[in-house]
Design a protein around this ligand. Structure first.
Ligand code: ZN
Length: 501
């Protein structure tokens, strides 16, 4: 490691420390801060974010990057040094393209839009939200222009969450499995098979829910010496280093799935962060590769492992021991069917595996058309409902459970939604690859052993942090591109079996 590289890392680490301190304030805000602290906390976070941005976009960063680049001397693409310069160079380029005035306008617009949206959603009043959303779309377009793009302004917006992904590629992936998804859901509806989830809708005391969920994620390999769990209204995972990757959970006393599968999901995110190599820990590339990659891991543990029949052969007796009155007499097959019931819902966050990606496709189509100028904000509710009817065979009765349901647009998160669906596609591609390498994995899972799978994921994905994009990782692991075939095949097999299709 050269002297200039060492200086660069020192400089970047200071900036990263400001970033982590800000995250800790956000964690505290969602986990333990009293509501009265909101105003003061917003001020502290705004100041720290400004300091971080100023330091990172300073000419000093450019000078240090250039000097370190000059002494790199052909270091391999996947070396820590070359990866750091490549990825941080891209971050720097994007961060310096936005004028300060646009950054401030955007922060202000999203902060006020969020309040307006909260009220509009409560009162089913899209018209009240319309001007605020128009402003956000307009500012998003200005940001896209500053960042630059060749084909579609949405390309530039997506880079914030999924480096290297393009609108054309997402469209191709989505169109590649949309007709099959629509057909699958229609076939399930027409199958005449009804699956009841009534056994999950009983009273489940929260303490026992917590104990059993934590026991299971610990068995997965989530290391509580390097993690912890708290309660939050909107569950999330947050990392400070590989030695401190935390999760949060929300409990519902009369419905078991949210806390149970939510803990598996956030545990998957946190295990990813705990698996990052020590050599890049605490640096700007020492975190998950992208939102899509992150979601592939939360989904893998939540669904591929956590909603599989084999897994519950091992886990159900533990759940029954925690809830003998509620579940003591339930057989494995009844339980497996209940946790996999397909129930088209208006609400994305309540969606099951079979319908989830359709919710995302709908949003992707609308927001990419919005920024391309093909769709007006005023026409969103009508367009939303028409597509919902076409994909799910039902029309949302209100905008509250339709176009107004998600927080993303009011927060300025345009280009974010596709990462959820990409995560689903990747979860199956990676899981299949792990089983190809170690055919014993399903049998091990059925015996409560998860280390072969976790080790494989660490070696092939987790340790690399942000060195590679999702596409690069997929290429390295599968020898091919991100694709939808594996995912749709997984769904058709699983739900074909459940619904006698
Ligand atoms: Zn997630």
């Amino acid at each position: 490691m050269g002297e200039h590289y060492r200086q660069l890392v020192e400089h970047l680490n200071e900036i990263y420390h400001i970033n982590r301190a800000t995250s800790l304030l956000r964690w505290d805000q969602q986990v333990s801060m009293p509501p009265g602290g909101a105003h003061a906390r917003a001020g502290v976070i705004a100041t720290l974010s400004r300091l971080e941005h100023e330091r990172f976009t300073s000419p000093q960063t450019a000078d240090l990057l250039a000097a370190a680049q000059a002494e790199l001397n052909g270091a391999a693409y996947d070396s820590d040094e070359a990866s750091m310069l490549r990825v941080v160079g891209q971050d720097y380029d994007r961060a310096t393209r936005l004028p300060a005035e646009l950054v401030a306008d955007y922060a202000e617009a999203t902060a006020s839009a969020h309040k307006i949206w909260t009220h509009a959603r409560q009162t089913n009043d899209f018209a009240a939200f319309e001007p605020a959303l128009e402003r956000i779309v307009d500012l998003a377009l200005r940001r896209a222009d500053q960042w630059g793009y060749t084909d579609h302004p949405y390309d530039a917006l997506m880079q914030q969450y999924e480096r290297g992904m393009t609108t054309a590629r997402v469209r191709e992936l989505f169109d590649g499995h949309k007709p099959q998804l629509v057909a699958l859901i229609a076939a399930i509806k027409d199958s005449g098979v009804t699956v009841s989830d009534a056994i999950l809708r009983q009273r489940f005391p929260i303490d026992q829910q917590n104990t059993v969920a934590l026991k299971i994620v610990e068995a997965f390999g989530y290391d509580f010496k390097r993690g912890r769990q708290d309660v939050a209204v909107h569950p999330f995972a947050m990392r400070f280093s590989r030695g401190d990757a935390r999760i949060t959970t929300r409990f519902t006393e009369d419905y078991l799935p949210p806390a149970l599968f939510g803990t598996f999901h956030e545990g998957g995110h946190a295990m990813y962060e705990q698996g990052i190599s020590e050599t890049i820990d605490g640096t700007m590339i020492g975190c998950g590769a992208s939102l899509g990659m992150h979601e592939s891991q939360s989904r893998l543990w939540e669904n591929l492992v956590g909603r599989s029949r084999g897994f519950w052969g091992w886990a159900l007796p533990q759940l029954q021991a925690a809830f003998p009155d509620q579940l003591g007499s339930v057989d494995l097959e009844t339980f497996y069917r209940a946790i996999n019931a397909v129930q088209p819902s208006y609400i994305r966050v309540e969606a099951d595996e079979a319908t989830y990606n359709l919710h995302i496709m709908l949003r992707f189509e609308l927001e990419s058309d919005l920024v391309a100028g093909k769709l007006k904000v005023a026409d969103l509710p009508r367009e939303w409902n028409a597509r919902f009817e076409a994909y799910f065979g039902m029309t949302p009765p209100t905008d509250t459970v339709g176009v107004l349901q998600d927080v993303h647009w009011s927060s300025g998160l345009i280009g974010y939604f596709p990462t959820y669906a990409l995560g689903n596609l990747l979860s199956v591609q990676f899981y299949n690859e792990a089983i190809k390498a170690h055919p014993t994995i399903p049998a091990e899972i059925a015996a409560g052993k998860f280390d072969t799978l976790l080790n494989w994921l660490c070696v092939h994905i987790y340790q690399h942090g942000r060195k590679f994009t999702a596409q690069e990782l997929t290429e390295r692991i599968t020898g091919g591109a991100i694709r939808s075939e594996d995912y749709i095949q997984y769904l058709q097999t699983k739900f074909g079996d459940l619904y006698n299709l």
